[in-house]
Each structure stands twice: as C-alpha cells, then as structure tokens.
Design a protein around this ligand. Structure first.
Ligand SMILES: [Zn+2]
Length: 220
C-alpha cells in the first residue's frame, strides 16, 4: 500500500492564521488527525509530522517525509485574507498537479463552498523540498466568520476528511468505504476445479447412507 505523509500546518509557537475564535494550528491538527486515521482505515501507511501542539520546522517536515520514503504528501492549512472557499496548491506540471485536481473534484463535490481551484507555483517550502508528489490544502478562510464556523464544525471537518480520503482512494485505486462501514470483504478464492463435483458426490453418498440406515431400521 502507498505510504502518505500528513502534515498539519504550523504548531507550537507558530499559531498560523488567527480567526476570531480559533487558531489555524489547532484546526489543522484536528483535521489531520482525522485524515491520518481514515487513511489508515483504508490500508494506507501514514506518517504524521506532528500529532500534538508542537512546532516542527519546515525543513524538518520535508525531512520526515523524505526519510520515511513517502509516496505522497498532504499539508493541511486554513486560509486567511477574508476570502471564502477552498484552494489547493501544487508544483506545476507533475503528478502533484494531477493529484491536486482529483482532490479539488472531491472537495468541490462534498464541501458546498467556493472552489477557488488548483494553484500551481513554487510558493511553499514543503511542496518544493519534498521528493514525492505533494499538495497543500487550504480548507477555508479562518478569518471569515462563515468559513471559520465551518472549520470549527466537527461534522464539516469529517466531511472534508472523507472527501480527501476519497481522492487518495481514487488516485491509488483503493476501494473507499464510508465512515462506520466495514470495508468490502475480500473476495473468496474460487473453489478448485472439481471441488463442486466432489461436494455433490459427498452429498449423494450421505443421502445413500442415511437411506440405508432407514431401511435397516424398517427391517428391525
Ligand atoms: Zn497555514
């Protein structure tokens, strides 16, 4: 199974952008913890750059993903600048841009907020310095009260996470299963050729021996 790196943006002394009721680092962590868990539910191997309120430098974040030999990288952030909606960043032209477009499709389908599109540039250190296809999701605007209310809503966070998981499932051809539902059972191996016939013969023999017993009882 593919190995992913989940990077909750900011942390510790770096709060990230500020909302009126929340700090970006906390929302990024909540979303990323749920994201990593649901990815593991689907069999992905996940590396997390932090699982608590801890500062990790950008160079350390890239090193964690590179040293673990991850196949893909996702950084989760909240936007700022009083806009509305989500956007996704990737380096231009490679696999990452394609992955970002799959992510965009799933987030647009489930979030019901403005799709600001995929933006390709070299702006983000973690996208430039990770060796695997890497995307950065700006989920919504923490400094817009309507968006912040969504970011703080646990059910909305889960919806966003499910959309992210669907995207990676599509990218790696993994069957997606909704939260709380067991994955599809593994298909059972086909019976060996002749096994069906052998079972029928056994059944007939069982019938015969039972018939014999009945006849014997009648004769007693
Ligand atoms: Zn951020």
């Amino acid at each position: 199974m593919p190995k992913g790196c989940s990077n909750p943006g900011h942390g510790g002394r770096d709060s990230g952008a500020l909302g009126s009721r929340s700090m970006e680092k906390d929302i990024n962590l909540q979303v990323s913890l749920k994201f990593a868990k649901r990815m593991r539910d689907h069999g992905f191997e996940m590396v997390e750059t932090r699982t608590g309120d801890r500062f990790v430098s950008l160079s350390d974040i890239a090193a964690i993903a590179n040293n673990a030999g991850c196949d893909f990288f996702q950084s989760n952030h909240c936007n700022a600048g009083h806009g509305h909606g989500f956007e996704i960043y990737a380096l231009p032209g490679g696999k990452a841009e394609n992955f970002a477009r799959v992510m965009e499709k799933h987030l647009a389908e489930s979030l019901g907020i403005t799709d600001r599109g995929v933006k390709t540039n070299q702006r983000f250190y973690v996208l430039v310095h990770t060796k695997m296809p890497a995307i950065l999701v700006e989920l919504a605007f923490i400094d817009n009260p309507a968006d912040e209310a969504l970011l703080l809503n646990a059910a909305w966070q889960e919806q966003a996470v499910e959309a992210m998981v669907k995207a990676w499932c599509e990218i790696y051809s993994v069957a997606y299963h909704p939260m709380g539902q067991a994955p599809e059972p593994e298909p059972q191996p086909a019976p060996a050729p002749g096994a069906g016939k052998a079972a029928l013969v056994q059944e007939a023999l069982d019938h015969l021996s039972r018939a014999g017993e009945i006849i014997r009882k009648l004769g007693e």
